[in-house]
Structure formats: structure tokens, C-alpha cells
Write a protein that binds this ligand. Structure first.
Ligand code: GTP
Length: 601
């Protein structure tokens, strides 16, 4: 396909602003799928994605479009729609899929206005020099305020409000005009057709039957199905089994040329051998310089995962190995906890990533797991000059510490201006530093903060939502580290420290944290046959104390009449309740206790 007739674009939108519906509508209008199968929503494949209404894995669809109005009426173009993931944890993946495009459709719900994540992704798109096509969706809604939000969008991207397109993905209104506009406004891809091939990997997905399917955008030269290819970050070479395009099912092609978007299959079985951001070239006469911007995914958040039943440890290990085949960002290593036994310390890109992994482990591998409260990575310099990286609070070094550094993020919060005070108060209590504030329109503001990632990992998002009646939205990106005054708070049950409860918190918050967590644990841990003292301590200094009183009578004593079925029922009920209990010393501790720290804000 000649590059002149190729148009590569993506859609940037907030969750629920209608990206999938619009994508379906486009597939339908371009004849790629018929009305009935459009329902299947080709762009979202994983179950969990659909259930949670998020898109984790980006993919690409090729659609022919014959311009129906204006200058090039009657000319048929090839549109490649590249799907971008929409959540903060996947910023790097977003940036790579943007890199594969020349334009971005900025899709905003006409009844809601732009949200923080969309704004953050818009900035990424502007940074990648993409043409921005602003579009208001859902203009069929009675609550739509197209004038207001067109003005807002125009203000943000510096265009005229009349340049903002109005569509309804649901009714189809305006979508044909949008397709024409995409052809008109998106620059054709530019590359050197005679150079050695270079293609950007913007996604790779593990498929049970075919192994890893790698999505690429060709920048220079061409990739042919006869080539052996080379991954430029590692130098690894692979046989090319197939190249093709998705429209909406995979269709084999002989080769992919400049500007084309498609997939390739090499028979590798592990997505880590086909990393997002890497450059693919040919083994023979290959390129010598990779495309810029390759980054290794760095886990930002760590948590311990332990099987409730120790016998499940091998199953958990195998499950993690399998998950890693299709999740290059997942990092793990075995760890042993005094309280929880054998398990793994797992590194995640963020909280959502953590939830997804945990849910998949439980659902797809039938595991019952205990997870510890998530924590960030600390770097500790001792007075003698040695350095420690701490990914598990219980491994916080003892001895003389010169400096502790914690990761910080740049957070963007968009909200109606009524809540400025509430947001400032929240951010202040989370050690935030206000960096700037702008009005997007007369009643909506953008606030920018630097915040310790550790504070966001806890209940920041929930608190932000509840203090702004759900109106505020949040986005953040890691920006480095800062030295902080941090201490380790330990929790002791019956005088014994429980490693899985240890946390690293700011000195000024340590006391309140200890009191809150001890109180929470008193409520969460069921009464036992004996008294259980709970203490929170910094080093040898106890900062809070609670006691769980002993239970006096046996549950079964209630039904001494000898009604056996009733007894059995009761025992079964107890067993059910026990499913997520873990014996810590002599004390039975429920799963909730291990993540109680998450909500002691
Ligand atoms: P994610 O896939 O979760 O990111 O969401 P999305 O942005 O793809 O949103 P989706 O297309 O799933 O649409 C969200 C909701 O808005 C659905 O209930 C759609 O039916 C509805 N919706 C989408 N477009 C329109 C529209 O133009 N008008 C109206 N009234 N509703 C729409």
C-alpha cells in the first residue's frame, strides 16, 4: 500500500466516553463488520477488560474508507485505527501506541467534558507531534452541553470551537463526517522505503494457539514474511512465520511497507521476547539504529502474594510463570514470610495492574490468595555508605540510616471548581505539593501536584472521589524520587512482630497510622479462645495498643440438643468463613486484616 493513502490514528478517550462504541460504528460504516457482529466489540478482547470496562491491550484494525465529501471524494484510503489503553498504569504502552500514529481523535463526552486521564494522554499525543482531532460524543443526550465543552476543548488545544466535531457514536450521527475529517487532517506516514526495515512494536499479546502475536508499525523499509527478524534491544533473532493485517480478523500479507500497521508471528511463546517499544528489523541487512523511546517496564508497586493453603505454592508458581507469558510488565520473586509462609513478592505497574493480576490468578488458576498491603520501592543510604533497595517493608534495614528516598509522581486532578478547597486539604494531608492550577473553563480547574506515590497507593483515589462527589478525575506519572523522613511501623500480635503487617510511613503520620491500624485489626481479627494483644511499634517503642478479648463459649454449645444436621451446617458455615483465614502463630487472621492498611488514611 502506498503511504500516501494510509492514515494511522488512535482514539483518546476517558472510560465510558464512548470509544468502543465509536470504534464499532466506524468498523460498521467502513464495512469491515456487519451490524450484528459489531456488537461483539472487536477492540476489547479480554473478559476482564469487558467486565471492568477498560482496555488493557492495544490492538489495531485496518479499514478501507472512500471519502464521501470534499476534495478527494471517491478516493479510497486505508485507515488504521490503533487502540490505546486508557489507564494510568499503562502510560508507557499508551505512549508507544501514540508513536505508531499520525493523528489522535480526542473523544470527549459532551455531557461530561474532558477528564484528567484524557488530558494526560492528550499531552502525550501533543508531545508525539500528533495532529489532534477534537470530537464531542453523545451529542444525542439531552444533558449534552456541546457549546460549553467545545469551548473548553478549543481552549485546551488552541483551536476554534467550530473545529470541534459533534458526533453520536450511538446513533451514528456525524461519524461519516469524522471519517472524512480523519482522512483530511491526518498526515500520511513518511518513511524511507529503501532503507533497512524498522518497525515499532506497540503491542504484543500471547495467544494460546499461535504464541505471541506482535503488533507493529513499519517506519522504514518493509517487513517480509520471508525475512528472519531481529529484536534490536536484545539482538535476538526469530523466524517469521506470518505477517498480516487485522480487518477485523487477521489476514495474511506478503509484506508490510512504510506506514503500514499489522501483526507478525514468530513462534516465540513469551511476550518478554517481543517487548513493547522495541524495534524490529531484519536479521540480514538490518538497521543499525533502533527507533527511539524504548523503555524497560519498571514495577512501581510491590505486594506479597501467598497461597492460603501452603500446598498451593507450586500452583501459584506455575500460574505466575504462565501469566508472565502475556504480561511483560509482571515481575516476581519467591519470598518467605514468618507469618504467611512461602509466597512471592510481585512487582506491578500500579494498583489496577495489581488487581488484574490477582484476579486472574484467582479466577483462571483457582487459587485462594492472601495479599499484603501494596508498597512502593524505597532506596536507603546507610551512614556507612551502603545502599539498599527495599521492596518489602519487613526488609527495611536496621542500623544508622543517612537518607531514605521514595518515588514521587506528578498528579493532575480535574474537578469542578467548587471542590478546590476539599482537594487541597486532601493533597496536603497526603504530603502533596501544589505545582500549579489552571481554569479550563469558568467552573472547572486543573490542579497539578507532586505527591509521594506511597500516598496514592493507599486510599487516595477513593478519598478524592468521595470528597468531590465523584466529579474529580486523577492521572499521575512517575517523576523520580525525593528524600523523606520515613520510619517502619511494626505490628505485634501477642508480642510477636508479624512481618506481613510492617509498613513504611512518614514520621509525622506514624503515630496516627499505628493507632488506626491497631484499631482496625482489633475489629477485623475474630475473637479467639484466648486474649490477643495487638501492638504497633517503631523499633522498640510501642506507639499503640489494643486487645482482642477471648471468646467464652463454644459456638457448638448453642445446639447441644444433638441435632446433627444443624451442627454440620454450623461447622460448614465456620469452614466457609475460614476460607480466607491464615494462622499467624496461634491467631487466626482474615485476609482483610492484611490489607487493612489500605484504608487507614
Ligand atoms: P471503555 O471501553 O470502558 O474505555 O469505554 P468506552 O469509552 O469504550 O465506552 P463505551 O463505548 O463502552 O460507551 C460507554 C457507554 O456510553 C455505553 O453505555 C454506550 O452505550 C454509551 N454511549 C457511547 N456513545 C454514545 C452516544 O453517542 N450517545 C449515547 N447516548 N450514549 C453513548
Amino acid at each position: 500500500t502506498p503511504p500516501e493513502i494510509i492514515r494511522n490514528f488512535c482514539i483518546i478517550a476517558h472510560i465510558d466516553h464512548g470509544k468502543s462504541t465509536l470504534a464499532d460504528r466506524m468498523l460498521q460504516l467502513t464495512g469491515v463488520v456487519d451490524e450484528r457482529s459489531a456488537r461483539a466489540q472487536y477492540l476489547d478482547r479480554m473478559d476482564i477488560e469487558r467486565e471492568r470496562g477498560i482496555t488493557i491491550k492495544s490492538q489495531a484494525v485496518r479499514m478501507p474508507w472512500t471519502v464521501s465529501e470534499g476534495d478527494n471524494t471517491g478516493t479510497t484510503y486505508v485507515l488504521n485505527m490503533i487502540d490505546t489503553p486508557g489507564h494510568v498504569d499503562f502510560t508507557y504502552e499508551v505512549s508507544r501506541s501514540l508513536e505508531a500514529c499520525e493523528a489522535a481523535v480526542l473523544l470527549v463526552d459532551a455531557a461530561q467534558g474532558i477528564e484528567a486521564q484524557t488530558l494526560a494522554n492528550l499531552y502525550l499525543a501533543l508531545g508525539a507531534d500528533l495532529q489532534i482531532i477534537p470530537v464531542l460524543n453523545k451529542i444525542d443526550l439531552p444533558s449534552a452541553q456541546p457549546e460549553k465543552y467545545a469551548a473548553e476543548l478549543a481552549g485546551i488545544i488552541g483551536c476554534d470551537p467550530s473545529d470541534v466535531l459533534h458526533v453520536s457514536a450511538k446513533t451514528g450521527m456525524g461519524v461519516e463526517a469524522l471519517l472524512n475529517e480523519i482522512v483530511k487532517q491526518t498526515p500520511a506516514p513518511v518513511g524511507n522505503a529503501d532503507a533497512p526495515p524498522r518497525a515499532l512494536i506497540f503491542d504484543s499479546v500471547y495467544d494460546t494457539y499461535r504464541g505471541v502475536v506482535t503488533y507493529v508499525r513499519v517506519v522504514d523499509g518493509k517487513l517480509s514474511h520471508r525475512d528472519r527478524i531481529k529484536m534490536m534491544s536484545t539482538g535476538a533473532t526469530h523466524e517469521m512465520l506470518e505477517v498480516g493485517v487485522i480487518s477485523p480478523e487477521p489476514v495474511k500479507a506478503g509484506d508490510l511497507g512504510v506506514g503500514e500497521v499489522g501483526y507478525l508471528i514468530t513462534g516465540v511463546k513469551d511476550v518478554r521476547q517481543s517487548r513493547v517499544g522495541d524495534t524490529v528489523t531484519s536479521q540480514i541487512h538490518g538497521a543499525t539504529e533502533a527507533l527511539g523511546g524504548y523503555k524497560h517496564p519498571n514495577p512501581m508497586v510491590f505486594a506479597g502474594l501467598y497461597p492460603i493453603d501452603g500446598d498451593d505454592y507450586p500452583t501459584l508458581r506455575d500460574a505466575l510463570e504462565k501469566l508472565q507469558l502475556n504480561d511483560a510488565a509482571l515481575a516476581y520473586e519467591p519470598e518467605t514470610s514468618g507469618a504467611l509462609g512461602f509466597g512471592f513478592r510481585i512487582g506491578f505497574l500500579g494498583l489496577l495492574h495489581m488487581e488484574i493480576v490477582r484476579e486472574r490468578l484467582e479466577r483462571e488458576f483457582n487459587l485462594d490468595l492472601i495479599s499484603t498491603a501494596p508498597n512502593v520501592v524505597y532506596h536507603v543510604t546507610m551512614e556507612d555508605g551502603t545502599e539498599h533497595e527495599v521492596t518489602n517493608p519487613s526488609e527495611y534495614p536496621a542500623g544508622k540510616i543517612a537518607e531514605v528516598r521514595e518515588p514521587v509522581v506528578k498528579a493532575t486532578i480535574l474537578s469542578p471548581s467548587d471542590y478546590i478547597g476539599a482537594i487541597m486539604e486532601l493533597c496536603q494531608s497526603k504530603r502533596g505539593q501544589l505545582e500549579g492550577m489552571d481554569y479550563l473553563s469558568e467552573d472547572r480547574v486543573e490542579m497539578r501536584y507532586t505527591l509521594p506515590l506511597a500516598e496514592i497507593v493507599f486510599d487516595f483515589f477513593d478519598q478524592l472521589k468521595s470528597r468531590t462527589k465523584g466529579y474529580a478525575s486523577l492521572d499521575y506519572e512517575p517523576t523520580g524520587e525525593q528524600p523523606s523522613d520515613l520510619v517502619k511501623v511494626d505490628i505485634l500480635l501477642q508480642g510477636e512482630p508479624v512481618d506481613a503487617f510492617s509498613a513504611i510511613v512518614h514520621k509525622d503520620h506514624a503515630y496516627a497510622y499505628g493507632v488506626a491500624l491497631a484499631g482496625k485489626l482489633r475489629d477485623l481479627i475474630p475473637r479467639q479462645q484466648f486474649e490477643v494483644p495487638i501492638q504497633a511499634a517503631i523499633g522498640a517503642r510501642v506507639i499503640a495498643r489494643e486487645t482482642i478479648r477471648a471468646i467464652r463459649k463454644d459456638v457448638l454449645a448453642k445446639c447441644y440438643g444433638g441435632d446433627i444436621t444443624r451442627k454440620r451446617k454450623l461447622l460448614e458455615k465456620q469452614k466457609e468463613g475460614k476460607k480466607r483465614m491464615k494462622m499467624v502463630g496461634r491467631v487466626e487472621v482474615p485476609q482483610e486484616a492484611f490489607i487493612a492498611a489500605l484504608s487507614t488514611g
